[in-house]
Design a protein around this ligand. Structure first.
Ligand code: SAM
Length: 293
């Protein structure tokens, strides 16, 4: 059945931007999707169901928001740019009459659960065309403050998607892969060309699918310790862990003792460690006395 929702095409996006005198900025990663088929593809890949509460980051002019509303999602959208956040309710009311949606003018890297939940139910899915320069910190922040988010489908820079989804031992496995594995499983769900955006970005894009862990690995204090261990280990990814973790542990000898007690070979390198190894390392290193900086 036709939902009556009218998606935005290339001329709609340009006309809206002209009315608002919006010149898309690189700083805010403003590349708007102008192709309704790409929007339908993202929404289908997200698996969102009618009535589901969905968090969208950076709705921009509303391209993806309308796509989500078209399948009956109840969107809460967080937009940092005041002009876009102010205009969006009018665009949604005109193109998706009667479909409920909430727009928050806020920074997705600082938004709180209280702010999101004040608008309605807590979201269970995250679907977004993320601002590319801050994709990883946005994901870490949102999945931390909104643990009710169980699935996600986000569009990010292709290289970043490949890093996030990389397994230990892969050339591109690094800090984003290990940190985001804390929250669940990530897989690349398809590539997207540059011509579906206005303005066209100079990098390729990819869809990244997320599913949350059934059981959390631990509390915020442990997450902080694990993230510190990940950062320390990758601060010198070509060095052995014994060397790379010297400052974190207090000395290379202390690092070696902690690594051995966690069952990790001190001559290994960070890119070989799974998230489970980092959790073991953080727990083994909890009582270390780090050297003063
Ligand atoms: N969803 C729209 C689309 O697909 O056409 C726009 C996507 S555009 C890649 C990224 C959007 O994120 C822009 O609207 C930008 O203003 C917004 N944005 C950038 N940084 C943000 C932040 N920290 N918090 C919330 N929104 C942000």
């Amino acid at each position: 059945m036709d939902s009556g929702v009218k998606l935005l095409g290339p001329s709609d996006v340009r006309a809206l931007a002209a009315t608002l005198d919006i010149r898309p900025t690189k700083k805010l990663g403003q590349n708007f999707v102008i192709d309704p088929n790409t929007i339908r593809r993202i929404v289908a890949a997200s698996g969102v169901v009618p009535g589901q509460r969905v968090l969208e980051v950076g709705p921009g002019l509303g391209s993806l928001t309308l796509g989500l509303m078209d399948v009956g999602a109840h969107v809460v959208a967080v937009e940092i740019d005041a002009r876009l956040a102010d205009q969006l309710p009018a665009t949604l009311a005109e193109r998706a009459p009667g479909v409920p949606a909430d727009v928050l003018h806020s920074d997705a890297m600082a938004v709180t659960a209280a702010e999101v939940e004040a608008a309605g139910d807590s979201p269970t899915a995250l679907v977004a065309n993320l601002p590319y320069n801050v994709s990883v910190p946005v994901l870490v922040h949102l999945l931390t403050v909104l643990p009710g988010v169980r699935t996600g489908l986000v569009m990010v820079q292709q290289e970043v998607a490949e890093r996030i989804a990389a397994p230990p031992g892969s050339k591109v496995y690094g800090v984003p892969s290990a940190k985001l594995a804390w929250f669940g499983r990530w897989e690349v769900a398809g590539l997207v060309g540059t011509n579906v955006f206005w303005p066209a970005p100079n990098v390729g894009s990819a869809l990244l699918r997320f599913s949350a862990r059934d059981v959390s690995l631990g509390d915020e204090a442990l997450r902080g310790e694990v993230f510190a261990a990940i950062e320390a280990a990758f601060s010198a990814r070509r060095k052995t862990l014994r060397q790379a973790l010297g400052d974190w542990a207090g000395s290379p000898a202390a690092a070696e003792a902690i690594l051995r007690s966690a069952g990790i070979d001190p001559s290994n390198r960070a890119e070989r460690l799974s998230l489970a190894d980092f959790v073991g390392l953080a727990k083994a290193g909890e009582s270390r006395v780090a050297s003063p900086r």
